[in-house]
Structure formats: C-alpha cells, structure tokens
Design a protein. Sequence first.
Length: 85
Amino acid sequence: MHRKIKFIWDFRGPTAAKTAAHHEKHLKEYIAIKKIELNITGYKTLNDMHSFAFMVLEEPMMITLRDELKPHRAEVYVAPAENQS
C-alpha cells in the first residue's frame, strides 16, 4: 500500500471559490482521460478571498503528475475519519 499525496492549487481573490470549483472539474477530466484509479478530488473555501482545489494520488505517481499538473503545493493525505455512532 502506497502513501497518498494531496496536490493543492490555491486561488485567491473575489472569484477564488468559483475558480477552485471549476479547476476541480478539470482534475476530474484529467483522472478520466489518464484512467487513474484513485479518484479523490475536491475544493474548499477557506474565506471569501482564498479557496483551493485538490487531487489525491499515490506516491509513485507523484513526480510524473507534478510535472504535468504543476500544483502549487502538496502534503501527505490523511483520509477523513468516518463518522462513528
């Protein structure tokens, strides 16, 4: 089992949220075209002037995808804990 990496693209300004949401659509298209098994993407708004889009990938793919997609930053991905009753 490989470690998972989260690529992040930051967007700033009054249209940051719309831009991040749109960027996620392109990430989903890329995943479909390249037939990447891991399909975790999303976007998050931190405040009215900063949002980001992200894509999660397995570490062996990191260098190739980094060179193709040029993320602004990356971090080790930790899956959100499942809700426990």
